[in-house]
Design a protein. Structure first.
Length: 325
């Protein structure tokens, strides 16, 4: 008979898959808008719409009282981590192909699996650690450390931005696992949306007139520092879509990491890799180079192995047998 923890793990997996699909749509829309709008404007509109939707969900999960917290600084830290993660990833996305940026970001589930050991006390055996190392090798291959700078389409710094995004994202999700014990998913999402709005308004006050973007041609810096403009009519649907996705992503990811162990949920984030390849091909006519394909295969293989071992371990424990490592 299926146990309650296994039921919760299944629900957590369902939430992570929905959230990852929404993230793939989110990334595609932001890349589409990156050539004409500043990142902080996109983030502000997306988060404002997402906040309104999330506040409606709050009413279904218990009302305004669930927004009270005894750990406001932890929530603020979590919010800043996800802001850093999002902005570093999206700045890279303006210069990198969609599949490349996504593939480099997918060191995040590997970070989550490894960091869950010291930060959450979760048990991850040597075989799964070995699988994580295989995934890291895939990420290194995508970075192409052997290539000369002139052979790369972007700078090394841009290639490292998705890795920074992955690290801060992993720390955020591990904090979600701890805070989720006492906070509802919708409340966690509200704190994130509010942080996004505050940071984007700060960017508007400092750089919203575009004065820092006048002497640069770098696509990533332009995306970060470009002046705010009123959205064109044909782009309004994209901003609305981003807002809807923002609400869905914030809720689904928070719920996934509340419901299941980080090491169980994290491998399913790899579903974003084939989705990124599809959107890159279908919308932007981009296909990964050989090194990216190799990296994707290694990361997917390691993720699937980690998941299979986790499920085998859960079944053995439920039967009272010796734990698998």
């Amino acid at each position: 008979m299926t146990t309650l923890p296994q039921n919760r793990a299944g629900i957590g997996i369902a939430f992570i898959l929905i959230g990852i699909f929404c993230i793939s749509i989110n990334d595609m829309l932001i890349k589409q808008l990156s050539g004409g709008y500043p990142l902080h404007e996109i983030v502000f509109v997306r988060s404002a719409i997402g906040l309104m939707i999330t506040l409606c969900i709050v009413q279904f999960e218990g009302g305004w009282s669930i927004l009270r917290t005894r750990t406001p600084w932890l929530h603020a830290t979590r919010g800043l981590l996800i802001v850093i993660s999002n902005m570093s990833y999206f700045v890279a996305l303006a210069a990198l192909p969609l599949a490349d940026a996504t593939a480099l970001f997918f060191v995040a589930p590997l970070f989550i699996t490894v960091l869950s050991i010291p930060l959450l006390g979760e048990k991850v055996g040597p075989l799964r650690i070995g699988a994580v190392l295989v995934g890291f090798i895939g990420v290194v291959i995508m970075q192409r450390p052997w290539a000369d700078a002139s052979e790369l389409d972007v700078s090394r710094l841009v290639l490292l931005l998705p890795v920074l995004s992955a690290l801060t994202y992993a720390l955020n999700q591990l904090m979600t696992r701890k805070l989720g014990v006492t906070s509802k998913a919708s409340a966690l999402s509200v704190y994130i949306q509010v942080t996004f709005i505050l940071v984007s308004l700060l960017f508007f006050l400092v750089a919203g007139d575009g004065r820092f973007a006048q002497e640069t041609t770098n696509p990533s810096l332009l995306f970060l520092l470009r002046a705010w403009i009123w959205p064109a009519p044909e782009d309004i649907w994209a901003f609305v879509g981003l807002g809807l996705n923002s609400a869905a992503v914030g809720y689904c990811l928070s719920q996934a990491y509340r419901m299941a162990d980080a090491a169980t949920v994290a491998p399913f984030e790899y579903a974003g890799l084939p989705l990124a390849v599809f959107w890159g091909w279908a919308i932007f006519s981009e296909l990964p180079v050989l090194e990216v394909w190799i990296g994707i295969i290694l990361i997917l293989s390691s993720g699937l192995f980690v998941f299979v071992r986790e499920q085998q371990k859960a079944r053995v424990i439920s039967r009272g047998k010796v734990k698998l490592r």
